[in-house]
Design a protein around this ligand. Structure first.
Ligand SMILES: *Cc1c(COP(=O)(O)O)cnc(C)c1O
Length: 395
């Protein structure tokens, strides 16, 4: 059996999005900045897409900027708020220890430039505490950046409460909603955010395209200089087929959200219950306040990387922590932040489900994952020490 269970890394394109991509590439090849009718037809399709995406988010069309994806949107939001902050003499930024690297590395850059960057801890449930956030905010704070849903452990942050705190204190609030859009309800008015990042390839759209919502009046500075596209905030000829495919994928994801959520929550809970039967393992992140398709575990006494390779042999595409973390020797910063010690964090497995996954696939994973874990443990010197009492179990 072949099972794709790495939907947090990227998704297969929806058939509707693929068709829309081809159709736009074939028929709307004009440059939206050109004055002839080919250009103007492309321009009006571009603006239709902007309107559709804005409506799906509860935003106004002019608040939507098309980008090359989630990373660019995160960078632009944070750097824009920081730039204005600096002009006003406010140089503190509050974020969390579990953000995506697109946020964390942008913040490291600002820290080197003199910003005071505070990364709030999260509890063992993988959720940031409002009291910690409230305590961190002061008159020097120019930005709060807290992700909507975590890409590794799927935990959902209290973004509406955070939005309210920020509004009361007139502090800009950015949320990286890349894992949330198309997977749970996302509305910028409800959240009360000033910026929101999304990426098409996480909800069945193409890779290399995304969007940044910027509340009207919030600062926005270009990262890429050049032509006057995107109201001068993002130079470069727009990738109209990708943008059209993103709009179609997002529309379909939002329209089918209730049924997908119901299906995935059922499959997720079944998978969690099945894997929990393995001794000395633990679910990562809160059991309920998590994305419908996210299953993340740590198995004591094994290496996540070996687990992935053996699962791949069984036809199962999974992940251990984030794609950016694999290949490096450091365990995932997210797992460390929820209190997993190094050894345990190394034995992590992330299975992320999408609308195409079936119950047969879940049953197959419930059958195969414990077998592979058992096989690896039998060969593991760490496991032998645990079994012989030379080491204490942590999980
Ligand atoms: C995937 C992801 C990103 C990066 O998006 P790209 O479109 O791949 O640049 C940012 N944040 C989170 C939470 C993600 O999951």
């Amino acid at each position: 059996m072949k099972v794709y269970a790495d939907n947090a890394a990227t998704t297969r394109m929806r058939a509707s999005a693929l068709a829309a991509y081809a159709e736009a590439a074939e028929n709307y090849y004009g440059n939206p900045s050109s004055l002839h009718s080919d250009g103007q037809e492309a321009k009006s399709l571009l603006e239709e897409c902007r309107e559709q995406i804005a409506t799906l988010l509860g935003a106004k069309p002019k608040e939507i900027l098309f980008t090359s994806g989630g990373s660019e949107a995160d960078n632009q939001a944070i750097l824009s708020a920081a730039h204005l902050g600096k002009l006003k003499g406010k140089t503190k930024i509050v974020s969390t220890a579990i953000e995506h690297h697109a946020v964390l590395h942008t913040l490291s850059k600002l820290k080197r430039e003199g910003f005071d960057v505070v990364l709030l801890p999260v509890g063992t449930d993988g959720i940031v505490k409002l009291s910690d956030l409230e305590r961190a905010l002061d008159d020097n704070t120019c930005l709060v950046s807290v992700m909507f849903a975590n890409n590794e452990i799927g935990t959902i942050q209290p973004v509406e409460e955070i939005g309210k705190l920020c509004r009361e204190r007139k502090i800009l609030f950015h949320t990286d909603a890349v894992q949330a859009v198309g997977h749970t309800e996302v509305n910028v008015e409800k959240i009360g955010c000033d910026y929101l990042a999304l990426s098409a390839h996480k909800f069945g759209g193409p890779k290399g395209v995304g969007a940044l919502y910027t509340r009207q009046g919030a600062p926005l500075y270009p990262l890429i200089e050049g032509g006057a596209q995107e109201r001068g905030k993002r130079a470069g000829t727009e990738d109209l087929p990708a943008i059209k495919a993103m709009a179609v994928a997002m529309n379909e994801a939002v329209e089918t959200l209730p049924e997908t959520q119901k299906k995935l929550t059922y499959l997720r809970n079944k998978l969690i219950a099945g894997l929990e039967k393995v001794p000395h393992c633990a679910l990562n992140g809160d059991r309920d306040r998590r994305l419908p398709g996210n299953v993340s575990f740590c198995f004591e006494g094994i290496e996540g990387e070996s687990l992935l390779l053996l699962l791949d042999d069984k036809g199962i595409s999974a992940s251990s922590g984030s794609a950016c973390t694999s290949g490096s020797l450091d365990p995932s910063h997210v797992l460390l932040a929820i209190g997993r010690v190094h050894d345990v964090a190394h034995g992590s497995l992330r299975l992320t489900l999408g609308p195409d996954n079936t119950e047969e696939e879940i049953d197959y994973m419930i059958q195969e994952v414990p077998k592979v874990v058992g096989y690896l443990r039998n060969m593991s010197p760490v496991w032998r020490d645990l079994q012989q009492g030379k080491r204490q179990y942590i999980l």
